[in-house]
Ligand binder design. Structure first.
Ligand SMILES: [Zn+2]
Length: 133
């Protein structure tokens, strides 16, 4: 599940823009992810939801004066809107948003967790050197 963030996070830093896409459930019970679309330094417009969408991911570049280490207010709004839309339109009751930060932290919001608005840190690689630089 982390692979799209690992793939796009350093590209985000390199290009100074956000990348983001949807996470899809496969018929065999596994997950895959759609290719990312590129956004601006502080936003990305994700593709429309469909019947197999169960989440999304996006990455933040380092932008001065912008808290890239956390989900923004509009990130949380988008997560809630998507979670509601997949539930209403497709009966999908679990939705997750993953964020990759400039410091390499991966955070997750999950609609079925005890506190659906409290991000869970999945991986904190701050301090690790990236081979891409
Ligand atoms: Zn964001």
């Amino acid at each position: 599940m982390f692979s799209p963030i690992q793939y796009y996070n350093w590209r985000s830093r390199r290009d100074g823009i956000e990348y983001g896409g949807r996470i899809l459930a496969m018929p065999n019970g596994t997950y895959t992810y759609g290719a990312a679309v590129s956004g601006t330094p502080t936003s990305v417009k994700l593709s429309a939801i469909s019947s197999n969408v169960v989440g999304d991911y996006h990455t933040h570049p380092l932008v001065e004066g912008y808290d890239g280490e956390n989900f923004s207010g509009s990130d949380i709004d988008g997560y809630l809107a998507s979670a509601l839309a997949v539930a209403q339109q497709f009966g999908t009751m679990e939705y997750s948003s993953f964020l990759g930060t400039p410091r390499g932290v991966i955070r997750m919001l999950n609609s079925t967790s005890a506190n659906a608005l409290n991000p869970i840190n999945l991986r904190d690689v701050a301090g690790e050197k990236c081979s891409c630089q």
